[in-house]
Design a protein around this ligand. Sequence first.
Ligand code: SF4
Length: 549
Amino acid sequence: MDQVRPAFSPAMAIGSMLEEAVARVLRASPMHENSGAPHGVLKTPICPDGRPDSKGKWPVRTLLPIEQWPSDRETLEEWASLRLDVHLGAMMPLTQMAWESNANRHGDWESLDASRIAEMGRNAISLHLDELKHLVDDSSLLCWQRLRDGVREQIPAPDGWSPDVELPPEVCSATGWLGAWFAGRPWFVDPDAALFSMTSIHPDAWFAGEFDFVYRWAEAPSIIDLKASDGTGDFGRGYPNQLTAYAWLWKETHDGQTPLSLRIWYLDGPHVKEVPIPDDMGFEAWAQQAEALHLRMFDSNRSISQFPAEPSAMVRFQPGGTDEVRTDEDRCTWCDARLLCEHGRSHVTWPDPPALDTGRWKTFDEFRSRWTAAGHAMSLSSLRDRWPEFSLKDDEGHQRVFVRQGGPEGLQEVDLGEYISISDVRVEPRYRGPVIIADDLSTLHRNPDPDLERVELNTFQMRYSIHGIAISLTSKLLEFDDGRTNPMWSVRLVDASGTCEAIAFGDDVPKIAPSIRRGDHLLMHGIWIGERFGKPQIRLDRSSSVMVI
Ligand code: SF4
């Protein structure tokens, strides 16, 4: 099944960029990294699986003159803010390019306020320093002794040094705010690691998640989730559950250790929201509910009717995710899934069909990809070829049948000239006209009814026109084991009757594909109807054309 991808808004792109920029600041050492050093000055060596490689070539780091070391909260915050500016300055244009090249981009990049983004990054640093204040105020905390002894966690926080090396003496002996920077550094995803390569996975593999910050300076960890917002939006309703999931995942993957605190840092403010930690029974109940849902969602016999659409009321919060209130807004009006969801489709004004009647327009519920072929079996010797084929002869002549995926059972026993039918064949265009494809989903019938409805290639209507709204796009370069590559582009379309995916490969990818956006009303002429996982799929080739209207 193709995936319906969510819209990719500038705010989403900025959220991940901001997290990465802050992680880059936290990974750095104020004793070794000049506040004006370039963005890429520190690079963690990465394994082929995308994770930090302890055996790789780690950067050699030179100690800065002691007078350049930050010595208190103010100078540390100033250094961190300058580092943040360097990273944001380098990352913003790259993030914009990535957003612009994303087929599912949505919204307007110009709507972003760069100064607000930088402010949110500074707020993250300030909240981090608030956390470090606990260490500055209490030199008896065990994390200080661990720093003195050079003891690192089994999975250390990314700090620019290989997990296998001893930390430099100047780091181990640091005190005050500078020492707290090292002793209190939280775990986070190394900003150089590949996407999702540092995800925590439940031992039973049915649940996974990626922590933002895990502070480990106290007797139990604090899990922090960063949000590039002020917490007033409807999304905030799900965040406490997300944090509970993280706490449960931590417990499950760390010998039953319960986190000390769960917090959401709303960086537009900033605001800190404390999320209550369930007791053991609460965790148990949460896990049972989550696992039951997982099993229902991934059951091979699941059906959409098991998940009836029951949209809840939209809510709003006060800044910081407090004081939830229901609003009158209709969730379906803004829902990304409304064009697909049975409930949401009634909220859509469908575009009128094009005025021109070519006699070839089809709505998605009229699509059919399987037919019945019949005739006298001829050219059976070609069934032994590498690409087996034979023909079915009738009054109109010979129809070529290509046999794929082994074809229907019993084909090898058919006698030359025997009248047969094959149900559930496909029809595909070829250079010399359409051909019949008999595959493992087709069924051979010997002694069939001679009057059965059958496909006639001479008159078969191969090409159609369709119109529909684009709701999800995919554009990628397929890479094969032999090193070859091939571009692929697909779009999920909806019309008033249903939904269908359209796909094109290589030179058949329409020239206007890069300019097609979610929500565009598309006209396609000269398409043919193939199949994927038993469902009709619109195929585009050189005879097809695509227009945005
Ligand atoms: S359109 Fe969206 S919000 Fe409305 S019922 Fe469907 S999935 Fe739920």
